[in-house]
Structure formats: C-alpha cells, structure tokens
Design a protein around this ligand. Structure first.
Ligand code: HEC
Length: 159
C-alpha cells in the first residue's frame, strides 16, 4: 500500500523537476541577454565601429531642437570651458566642432563622437587637453536636452 503510493508520486516529481529545469534555463538566458545588452551599451573603446552609439544617438536626435541646444550650452555653462579665445586653453572651443567631429575619433560618426564626448568624456581625451570635463552630464541632462545639444553642435557655426 505504502509502496504503491510512493510509486504514484513519481510522475509528479518528474513534472516538478522539469518545471524547475525550464525555469532555470529561462532565467540563465535572461541574465545572459541582459548582460550582452549592457555590454553593447557600454562598448569599450577597442570595439568601436562606424555604427557604435548610432541607434542610441538617432533616437536622441529624432525630435531634437538645435536652437534650444544653443541655449542649453549656456544654461549648463558648457561655454565656461568651451568658449573661444586665444588665452582659453581649458577645453577645445565649440567653434568648428561640427567640422572636426566626423574625423575626430575614427571610426565613430560625427554624432556618435559628440554623444560619447558628452556622456563618456574620459573614453577619449582630445590631444593637448586634460580630462577636466564633468562626468555627470548623463545624470544632469534629460534625453531631450542631450539630443538638443548634440543637434546644436552638429550645426556648422555652433560656437
Ligand atoms: C570644466 C570644463 C568643462 C565643462 C564645464 C564642459 N566641458 Fe566639454 N570638454 C572639456 C575638456 C577639457 C575637453 C577636452 C578633453 C576631453 O576630450 O575630454 C572637453 C571636450 C568636449 C567635447 C569634444 C570636443 C572636441 O573638439 O572634440 C565636447 C563635444 C564637449 N566637451 C561638450 C561639452 C558640453 C555639451 C558641455 C556642457 C553640457 C561641456 N562639454 C562642459 C571641459 C569641459
């Protein structure tokens, strides 16, 4: 009697075991894909391609307003460091940045370079300057503001 009851439990145990196994496989797959996505977002400089950051930047630029970007670089005091002037050697002046950006950091596209320069300023440091740029802009700027600023800096004549 007792043995029969135990035998009747086997299918239940197998079903529960399979359920646990399937759950584990899903969990591991979820963790692995999440990590792969994170790694893709924070690409190390060695893995740059002409597409790096582009999906992200295209989304930021989709509704960007360069005119507002011009106001934001004053509001956030970017120009305190990026002001043009022979005696100012704190940061490269914004004047001419649209023309420099496409070739500043190959193979990055112009908008991808500007995005990186603002959100990961230590990833690449312009020759002749120190990594003095504040690193908290990703926390300070909204997505809209970040897009507006990049759009402004892509405009010939930005300064
Ligand atoms: C405290 C000074 C300082 C402030 C404020 C600052 N930056 Fe910078 N920035 C730098 C320095 C120094 C560099 C050059 C070194 C480097 O590449 O990190 C730089 C580089 C850059 C570059 C790359 C320029 C090029 O010619 O390749 C961009 C774009 C930029 N900053 C955007 C901004 C924006 C936008 C803001 C405001 C939201 C800002 N910076 C505020 C100091 C500053």
């Amino acid at each position: 009697m007792n043995g029969e009851r135990q035998a009747a439990r086997w299918p239940v145990l197998v079903a529960v075991g399979l359920l646990i196994l399937i759950t584990l496989i899903f969990l591991i797959e979820f963790i692995l894909t999440t990590q792969a996505e994170l790694a893709a977002r924070q690409q190390a400089p060695g893995e740059l391609t002409e597409n790096t950051y582009l999906d992200r930047v295209a989304a930021l630029l989709a509704n960007a307003n360069p005119g507002n970007g011009a106001k934001l670089v004053e509001k956030y005091n970017c120009i305190a460091c990026h002001r043009a002037g022979a005696e100012n050697r704190i940061a490269p002046p914004f004047a001419g940045v649209a023309e420099r950006a496409p070739s500043r950091r190959p193979p990055l596209a112009a908008e991808a370079y500007l995005y990186e320069a603002i959100t990961h300023p230590t990833a690449y440091v312009v020759e002749g300057f120190t990594p003095a740029m504040p690193q908290n802009y990703p926390d300070v700027l909204s997505e809209q503001e970040l897009g507006d600023i990049i759009a402004y800096l892509l405009t010939p004549g930005a300064h």
